[in-house]
Design a protein around this ligand. Structure first.
Ligand code: PLP
Length: 379
């Protein structure tokens, strides 16, 4: 039996977004970021769609995710972007995953294992060009390149860095990081193969930073329909080039109650009615990722109209004030994320109620609910 709560993933919207990213990438390949279960959208299902559309590679954080892609039969290069430690080298090389090294810790294990498997392995070197989180800083980069070159069974197949301010509406800081990255690469160019693949652009870099495409781009959030700079990003584009949210989160009404004015509702009576009200109950709660901090704040869609969430969101029940919506009945669809008629609630709006970013909302809803991959976009 199907759950009353559904997360729907539109393959068509995913294809649309991928093709917008591909167009912006120009000559550069698109590494589709499918880490974190494709930001909650389902890694293997999304990877299949993205491979068919022409992705050049996949990006994940850890080796285990790469193994899942291989076991599902996906053959494109898979980058282990969070880096690799000696313990995971054997598995990574066995499955032909592309190691990203952040310093020299894993070089010896990689070289020895590559030798044993009789492979020559191309590794990508992560530079800290201004992110301040992970990688090797430009001043130490030549030493890292030298160490990879000195390893018999390894070669520097690529260099990458990450942008810290890609959510800024203007790309000034990112342009500076890009410049540091390019200069450092130029300084070690003689020690790199001509085919060395350089990449830095996440979604923000791809959409806002001039000349950030290089040989490959790594969009994540944009594939799933959102801009790194949130709604200010969406406002910049015309309809036909707009990214389309891929995820929808819907539930169904369990009960509709008539409640007198001045009634306290739910735990702590967090909401008190100020008029005779009609309250609909839906089987959604913090257990489903509809977090308690959305209490008295969120809005949902019923029959294409907005309705406020009232009172405390509990583990499995949420109350919606549908006083102003006609003929609401048990079993009807309630849209928590996505479109209903002409109305829409998107993940940026939910993120603003939760004081977070769309990424977290998508990971949360996608992970905590039954997911259905659908081919047709719901309008
Ligand atoms: C997650 C990630 C990306 C994608 O970032 P978005 O902002 O989702 O486009 C790109 N590169 C690296 C290294 C990442 O970890």
């Amino acid at each position: 039996m199907e759950s009353l709560n559904r997360v729907e993933i539109s393959a068509e919207a995913l294809r649309h977004n991928f093709n917008i990213c591909k167009k912006m990438a120009g000559e550069a390949g698109v590494m589709a970021m499918v880490k974190a279960d494709a930001y909650g959208h389902g890694m293997v299902d999304c990877a299949r769609v993205l491979a068919a559309e022409g992705a050049a590679a996949f990006g994940v954080a850890e080796v285990v995710e790469g193994v899942v892609l291989r076991k599902a039969g996906l053959t494109l290069p898979v980058f282990i972007l969070a880096g690799i430690i000696p313990d995971t080298v054997e598995t990574a090389l066995h499955h032909d995953l592309t190691p990203v090294i952040v310093d020299d810790e894993a070089i010896q294990a990689l070289d020895a294992t590559a030798g044993r498997l009789q492979k020559r392995v191309g590794v990508h070197l992560k530079m800290d060009a201004g992110m301040g989180r992970q990688g090797t800083v430009p001043a130490d980069f030549r030493r890292l390149v030298d160490k990879v070159n000195a390893a018999k069974n390894l070669y520097p197949a690529g260099i990458l860095a990450h942008l810290p301010m890609a959510d800024a509406a203007d790309g000034r800081h990112s342009a500076m990081v890009l410049d540091v990255f390019n200069r450092c690469i130029a300084s070690v160019r003689d020690d790199l193969p001509a085919t060395c693949c350089c990449h830095i652009a996440n979604s923000g870099g791809l959409f806002t930073v001039k000349d950030a495409q290089l040989q490959m781009v790594r969009p994540g959030i944009s594939l799933y329909g959102y801009y790194a700079d949130g709604e200010s990003g969406r406002a910049k584009y015309s309809d036909d080039e707009l990214l389309q949210p891929v995820m929808r989160f819907v539930s169904r009404i369990l009960q509709v109650r008539e409640v007198a004015s001045n009634s306290g509702l739910g735990y702590g009576h967090l909401f008190t009615t100020t008029r005779p009200s009609k309250i609909a109950l839906i089987p959604v709660g913090y257990e489903d990722g509809y977090l308690r901090c959305l209490s008295n704040k969120a809005e949902v869609l019923v029959r294409g109209q907005r309705a406020p969430v009232v009172g405390r969101i509990s583990m499995n029940l949420t109350m919606v004030d549908v006083t102003e919506i006609k003929d609401v009945s048990v079993g009807e669809e309630v849209v928590l994320l996505g479109k209903s008629g002409d109305a829409e609630v998107n993940a940026d709006e939910i993120a603003s109620w939760m004081e977070t970013i769309s990424y977290e909302v998508l990971c949360l809803f996608g992970k905590m609910n039954n997911r259905y991959f659908i081919d047709e976009r719901r309008l």
